[in-house]
Design a protein around this ligand. Sequence first.
Ligand code: SF4
Length: 341
Amino acid sequence: MTTETLTTADPAGSGTPEALLSVRDLGMTFPGPRGTLRRKAGVRAVDGVTFDVRPGETLGLVGESGCGKSTTGRMLVRLLDPTAGQVSFRGKDITRSSQHELRPLRSRFQMIFQDPFASLNPRQTVQQIISAPLRAQGESKAKIQSEVRDLVQLVGLAPEHLERYPHQFSGGQAQRIGIARALATRPELVIADEPVSALDVSIQAQIVGLMERLQRELGVAYVFIAHDLAVVKHISHRVAVMYLGRIVEIGEKQQVYDNPAHPYTKALLSAVPLPDPIAERTRERIVLLGDPPSPANPPSGCTFHPRCPKAQDICKTEAPLLTIGRSATADRQVACHFPEA
Ligand code: SF4
C-alpha cells in the first residue's frame, strides 16, 4: 500500500531547515495475528505520519486509544524502529542509525512515560534515578551532585527527597521525578507519552503547569501525547489529531480549537467541557457511533467513514489526502473530502 499523505511543507526533503525534529511519512507495520491471513500483510499501526517540531514549541499529538500516537512517540526516540519513513533530528536522519551512532544524540532527546512508577526503578533512590543519565555521560561526582540538587528543586521536590525510593511518593511526585530524570541532560526535545493520564485531575493541572514553566525556563520542545484535547489545550502551540494510524488534522492550536476542520476533531472537541456554564448547556455535542475500528481490519476509503456524520459515497472508496483545507493556511492541513469551511 502506498502512503496517501501529502507533505505540503516539505514534499521530498528531510525537514524544514528550522525544524528540531522532522518526521516524514513515518510508518509502523506490526506482524498480523497468528493463524490469520493478516499475519504476512501485517497490521499498519502508523501510516504516513508527517510533521515538524520547532525548537522550544509543544506539539500536542491527540487521538483515542489505539490510534498509533504512542507508537509514533516511541519511534521518534527510536525505542521502536519504524518500518517506513524518516525521522530527522536537527537535520540528521536517525531512522536507521545504530544504537552506537545514536548514543551522542541520546542526551538531546528524552522521553517521559505514562506510568511514572513503572518507569522508575523501585530499588533505586531518587538520587540514583535522576543521576543515571549524567553518570552515563561521564560527568564528575561533584557536578552530578550539584546538578541533581538543582533538578529536584526545579521540579518542585525537596533535597531531602533524594534518599527516598519511588514507592514513598504520590503519583504526581513520581512523575516529577520522571521529569527531572528526563531533563537531567538538558535535552532539546522531550517526548511526553500521556504524562498525566494516570494522575488525578487536580494533579494533572500541576504537572502540565510544571512542564510549561520548565519549557519557558529551559527552552525545551515537547511532543505531548494525550487522548484528551482538553489536556493539551494550554500547553500546545500546535496540535495534530490522529485517527487509526494517520494524522487527520494538524495546525496552530487556536485554529484547530476555534475552527476544527475535520469531523473527527469536531467530535472530540464537542466533548471538551466549556468554562462558561451557559455555553456548556447550549452547545452541540457530537456523539460518535461505535468504537474506532481495528487497525488489523481498517475500513476502505476514509477510515473514519463508518462513524462520520458527514460521510458521503466517495468517502467509502477514496482515502482523502492530508492537504491544505479550503479555508486554511499553509500550516493547517486536513484529511477530509468535505472539511468544515
Ligand atoms: S472524508 Fe468523508 S468520511 Fe472522512 S471525515 Fe471527511 S466527510 Fe467524513
